[in-house]
Design a protein around this ligand. Structure first.
Ligand SMILES: [Zn+2]
Length: 64
């Protein structure tokens, strides 16, 4: 897993190597809220249920 493309702006998104199915990320280009819907290959889709509180073990590698 290395990179994917934003379904909103087509921007290339470098994936965290530890990213996993269902993880939610924010596009660094357009700030779209996305979810990993497939990992081999990586596919992203818009996250419809954006609730960090339900995801207790997501990676915190992003600089907020
Ligand atoms: Zn985008």
């Amino acid at each position: 897993m290395d990179s994917a493309y934003c379904p909103d702006c087509d921007g290339k998104i470098v994936m965290n190597p530890h990213a996993r199915l269902g993880q939610k990320i924010v596009c660094p280009h357009c700030e779209a809220e996305l979810e990993i819907i497939s990992v081999e290959p990586v596919e992203l889709d818009w996250a419809y249920d954006w609730s960090w509180d339900d995801d207790e073990d997501y990676d915190e590698d992003e600089d907020w």
